[in-house]
Ligand binder design. Sequence first.
Ligand code: SAH
Length: 350
Amino acid sequence: MDDCLMGLSLAELAQVLADAGEPAFRAKQVYGWLQKGEDFAGMRNLPAALREKLAGTHRALGATILKTLRSEKDGTEKYLFSLHDGNLVEGVLMRYHYGNTLCISSQVGCRMGCAFCASTLEGRVRDLTAGEMMGQVLAVNRLHAEKDKRGVTNIVMMGSGEPLDNYENVIRFLRLVSAPEGIGVSLRNVSVSTCGLVPRIYDLARENLPITLSISLHAPTDEARQRIMPIAKTYSLEELLRACRDYVKAVGRRIVFEYALIEGVNTSLADADRLADLVRGLLCHVNLIPLNDVPERNLAAPGQKGIEAFQRRLEARGVSVTRRREMGADIQGACGQLRRKHLSQEGTLA
Ligand code: SAH
């Protein structure tokens, strides 16, 4: 079992305390503190001896905030989270009128190798546990509670890592974060984003969770997709779309296709037409993302006119489409940028 208490359900925590010879009412007390993001030292109604005993066998926190950057433009906050073994991951909190969306990480680094993504440049270091994913959410909630501000209402698994490459821990996290006895985030407010691990999409459909499944599509042909996403060499677009249709049929919720516009790769009007053909008849929405430039890879977004023309063409073809708002551009809001900057300043990254 997870040696981080934030990775346990109330029932599992009750077992840990029972095994330690503690009375049953302690479980709810400890759980209550954990859900507030509190470390052992702050669990004020627990005897010091119990806190010490627990600290001898477990960690309380799954992640701690090492650094916070706040955008002057739109209030977006970017966090650098530190894990117990010194590894770092990133998160971003975006404020919308309907609530606060936290983007969290599911792995340290990533092994999917997408050409435009900063998180994958050094490969995957390790998977995150469910407790470490909870730790990110609870640390941000705690920070906001201190300032009397609203906490996390929505979660997107779009930080570093490929969630479906860490399937068991992600499913476990989804159950923990939505537990009604805890912070109870509605799974309708949680998005899981994948580059397209087809067998896992079938597995996820069988879980029948009311999350939003986001697919990083990024190209309308196998050839173009293979140029920027190695996973496209393993699974064709046909196989991916078949899995998506199965998913919608099983779960009954629309899929969101993420499409990062990359100049010279996937932005022509013919690409828009092919994309419209690909998703025709499927309950879905397309989210256009102007690429966040990755200087290491020499890839960039098209100009405003190109983006608008692409969007208008999809609309004309009857596709439900929006353009993702760019937030936090002044604070390295984009994927993997902050961790890389921090590590290179520390001299741990070439
Ligand atoms: N591995 C998952 C989730 C992490 S990435 C996935 O592939 O979906 C979250 C989203 O950000 C994905 O759609 C990803 O393709 C996109 N992304 C990564 N780097 C980007 C960049 N430089 N500009 C714009 N979007 C990017």
